[in-house]
Design a protein. Sequence first.
Length: 369
Amino acid sequence: MSEAHKLLVLAGDGIGPEVMREVARIVHWLDANRGLKLDITEELVGAASLAVHGVPIRDEVIDLARKSDAILFGSVGDPAWSHVGFDKRPEVAILKLRKELELFANLRPAQLFDALIDASALKPEVVRGLDIMIVRETVGGIYFGEPRGIETLPDGSRRGINTEVYTTSEIERVARVAFEMARQRGNRVCSVEKCNVMESGLLWKEVVTDLHKREYQDVELSHMLADNCAMQLVRNPNQFDVIVTGNLFGDILSDLASMLTGSLGMLPSATLGIVREDGKRNALYEPIHGSAPDIAGKGIANPLAQILSFAMLLRYSLNRADDADLIEKAVSNVLASGLRTADIMSPGMARVGTDMMGQAVVREMEKLA
């Protein structure tokens, strides 16, 4: 019998525990029907950890993350903790995980299911067939650059400082992920920066161009300014295959792209890190919708982004592409049947809650299998 994969589950705050319960249904089904063996450890992060341990994430949890085959993350964030210093905010948990595990490449697919085409913010003829992968650098750039902080000036006024900074190696490693991803897709990469006004953007463009010339000439490479990319995502999103960009622009563009698909509640993500000495790659998987405290505990949250994040985990960390395909097909079929949570509801569809949507996906997996 093969050894069980070590999975660290961090449900977090808000709707995190609710949508994570629906993944547990799928885990149980895969265990019983497909031989998936997982050694699961659950821990607190974010506001849940603050309430019990006084910190957003404990060093012990980071140590567990380092030893895991993959991390399945829910969400962090709670307005009840908005009064504390930045280093104690719930969101520090995910930032610290990315930094400590060198989770440098965030994969954010923006794929539109045919059944949700009317939920998109764009006209059907513009968005039909949408399938974009945004590769966002996540441990560098303005979110981590030094110097940073808030200082008081001699006249008593205050100044906030953040520094945008990238090195050649940081740019190369995330660009390499994008090029490799493109080879498995449409073989096109668009590198996005602001080289016209930022030296860090100019370096980004030069490094990506040089790497392409040395190792990836078989992949089509284009360059685009970040503001133009935002416009083009709304104007003609299907021109893109893989977009690679820095931390700040990736944060903004991936959320913009999410609304092309109909709802934040539909989009999964993966964040890949360095390859460890044991040959395994650190990786964290999470939905991009956040903790949504306004609907937490109401049983109406959409669990599909969390479920699809687990599918990405199966594909990229556990090498179980068949199981990932099964989950993704089941989600597509459930949507085609007309079931909708509140965030993607449209006339003529059947509204269901978190629990019923999760059950429906498992039932469809049984039919497909």
